[in-house]
Design a protein. Structure first.
Length: 114
């Protein structure tokens, strides 16, 4: 399976808890490719796409969200930043590991947080 480029927090269709949905850029659309529910619920890829349909990659100026990109010295700090952003209402968060324990954190804020 391809690694997710974006993570959003959605309601699990089975238990109603918050679950992570991993997304991948697919040209004009962003496709859901991974699902992780903390209570262990599982979705097949077909259920995943039906529950979280591919989103259009294009947005209007009114819908545009602010993107924040950070480079930090270790994975733990990157995780802490991502958790804080999630608690503050980030729409999507991506962490990419670099060389020498450096990590890049990308946070997409919803328009109301811009």
């Amino acid at each position: 399976m391809t690694e997710s480029e974006w993570i959003t927090w959605e309601l699990c269709p089975r238990c109603g808890d918050r679950a992570a949905v991993g997304w991948r850029d697919a040209g004009q659309f962003v496709d859901p490719i991974e699902f992780d529910c903390p209570t262990g619920c599982r979705l097949t890829i077909c259920q995943l796409v039906r529950t979280f349909p591919p989103a259009s990659g294009t947005v209007s100026a009114e819908e545009a969200a602010r993107v924040e990109r950070l480079v930090v010295d270790d994975q733990r700090e990157a995780s802490e930043i991502a958790c804080d952003a999630m608690r503050r209402g980030a729409a999507a968060i991506a962490i990419a590991a670099g060389v020498d324990r450096v990590a890049r954190v990308t946070i997409v804020w919803r328009p109301e947080h811009s």
